[in-house]
Design a protein around this ligand. Structure first.
Ligand SMILES: C[S@@+](CC[C@H](N)C(=O)[O-])C[C@H]1O[C@@H](n2cnc3c(N)ncnc32)[C@H](O)[C@@H]1O
Length: 280
């Protein structure tokens, strides 16, 4: 059976279970910053509107990281049961629990450590499973979807929101316009860069009916905005992934930050949300 511990690639977000504290602090800072951005706020509002949760529904935030989604739901929704939030990184899970306490929602969330390929929870335990930028990092998306199918009650729903990271680009003044550095970002930051293009087929083959979808473009043109909080993480994470030296990463980020200061910045990626309903 697939499991994340078998991962041999460079994606730093797929290796959080054995990453060092400097990398994890950098990852956590980016997750928190993008979680506060109006783009993610809009995305969460959109899928929450479609879900129209009732008070009795039980929710699993799978691949929760620092708990951005679980904490947002705990604040927004009047849900009777505690939300379950699971991530493969014990460090990120602990950070999520601390932030939930600080924000006054600790009594509404259970934070647990687990691998999405094989979760220790009973069959049919949840009404809704949310994977907010998880699938692009896992070893085997089909196994994770089948696991979500097992965890859902009949008729339960899965929300998959993720980047189409093959479309991610940070333009540079290099002769190739940044194509080469985009490829390095691809291998160091994602494992399944095309996974959202496969979702209609993946739902179909793994026990779900596609019920709803929405497309987004996160594009910063002129100045860095949504992508601004990624830039400092590249200084740490690109060398950790082994795709650039520290000096190369610093020069790359210095250039991107200068481009933003001069109004010459361009970064963009497509994102999609898909909602599937469990078939029996
Ligand atoms: C990009 S982060 C998203 C975190 C959170 N959902 C958010 O949007 O802020 C991807 C998360 O997936 C987690 N992850 C990667 N592989 C996993 C797996 N097999 N099982 C559970 N979590 C996993 C990482 O530890 C990381 O926290």
């Amino acid at each position: 059976m697939s499991k994340q511990a078998d991962f041999t690639g460079r994606d730093v977000y797929a290796r959080t279970f054995d990453a060092d504290e400097v990398s994890l602090a950098s990852i956590a800072a980016r997750l928190e910053a993008r979680g506060r951005h109006r783009f993610f706020d809009q995305v969460i509002n959109d899928y929450m509107d479609v879900l129209a949760l009732s008070r009795n529904e039980s929710i699993l935030d799978l691949g929760c990281g620092t708990g951005v989604i679980a904490r947002a739901l705990a604040k927004r929704c009047d849900i009777k049961e505690r939300i379950t939030a699971i991530d493969i990184s014990a460090h990120l899970v602990e950070m999520g629990a601390r932030l939930a306490s600080k924000e006054g929602v600790a009594d509404k969330i259970d934070f647990l450590v687990g691998d999405a390929h094989s979760i220790v929870e009973p069959q049919g335990r949840f009404d809704v499973v949310i994977m907010h930028t998880l699938l692009s990092h896992v070893v085997d998306p089909a196994t994770v979807l089948r696991e979500a199918q097992r965890l859902l009650r009949p008729d339960g729903r899965v929300v998959v929101f993720d980047g189409d990271f093959e479309s991610l680009t940070y333009a540079t003044d290099a002769p190739d316009g940044g194509a080469g550095t985009d490829r390095l970002l691809g291998v160091s930051g994602h494992t399944q860069g095309r996974v959202m293009r496969m979702m209609p087929r993946q739902f179909n083959e793994n026990g779900f009916r596609l019920e709803w979808s929405r497309a987004y473009v996160a594009a910063d043109i002129g100045r860095a905005d949504f992508w601004a909080s990624s830039l400092p993480t590249f200084r740490t994470l690109l060398p950790k992934a082994g795709v650039m030296s520290e000096q190369e990463a610093n020069e790359y980020v210095d250039k991107l930050e200068r481009a933003s200061a001069n109004g010459q910045f361009f970064a963009s990626c497509n994102f999609y949300t898909t909602i599937g309903r469990r078939l029996d």
